[in-house]
Write a protein that binds this ligand. Structure first.
Ligand code: CA
Length: 226
């Protein structure tokens, strides 16, 4: 599970990253509303933890921005005090849950897990995508072509999903890295190349007419062999 933490108290934000990591959740922390919105819009997160009181763009504005773009990732909001109006505004703006500071780490983890279970957005959203003779089953992590079927690793699935969702345009390596490995990752171009080559092998195993074309200096694009 991948969690985005938007919290301007850096010490708290970084402590939360550690706490969640100990529970095998991957968390990215950002400290401003603007960064929070940018990261949230990638759609790679299963749960977003959002502080209401942020300098500049506040949590409610971030939340409204996220929902306006159609991102349905569950959002847990932090309210600084037990302020009913904050909670009402938060829930009205599309928050799924809230937690009043200070809180116990165990309670936060339990709430995040509960939200993660009902997460419908992010990488494992929806059910299937199609392109040409291919069907990608996002829930079963399978790529199918006719009666042939192959299981994909999670990152292969994410790469294929992005290529299929952007099948009218080339997808750059930078975009793949940001969307799949995250902003702060140390993933490099050759990580992407490795997954593209795995996927090409699987496409050929499936005997699909769809190929992943390399557009030099631009990125990758799905095309059909004629
Ligand atoms: Ca704050």
């Amino acid at each position: 599970m991948r969690v985005l933490i938007v919290e301007d108290e850096k010490k708290l934000a970084n402590a939360l990253v550690q706490i969640l990591a100990a529970d095998s959740m991957t968390a990215d922390a950002v400290y401003t509303g603007t960064e929070g919105l940018d990261n949230a819009l990638t759609g790679i997160y299963d749960v977003i933890v959002l502080d209401i009181m942020l300098p500049g763009m506040d949590g409610i504005s971030v939340l409204k921005g996220i929902r306006k773009e159609g991102i349905t990732t569950p959002v847990l909001m932090f309210t600084a005090k037990d302020d009913l109006s904050d909670k009402v505004t938060g829930l009205d703006s599309g928050a799924d849950d809230y937690l009043t500071k200070p809180f116990a780490a165990e309670e936060l983890k339990a709430r995040i897990r509960a939200l993660g279970r009902r997460s419908t957005s992010g990488i494992l959203s929806g059910s299937t995508l199609s392109h040409g003779d291919l069907t990608l089953d996002l829930k079963a992590c399978c790529l199918c072509c006719g009666n042939n079927r192959v299981k994909l690793a999670l990152k292969e699935l994410s790469v294929m999903e992005l290529l299929m969702k952007n099948s009218d345009a080339a997808v750059s390596k930078d975009m793949l890295i940001t969307r799949i490995w995250g902003y702060d990752s140390e993933a490099e171009d050759n990580n992407v190349e490795v997954y593209i080559s795995f996927l090409r092998k699987k496409l050929s195993f499936l005997k699909s007419k769809v190929i992943i074309r390399t557009m030099r200096g631009i990125g990758y694009m799905l095309t059909e062999e004629v």
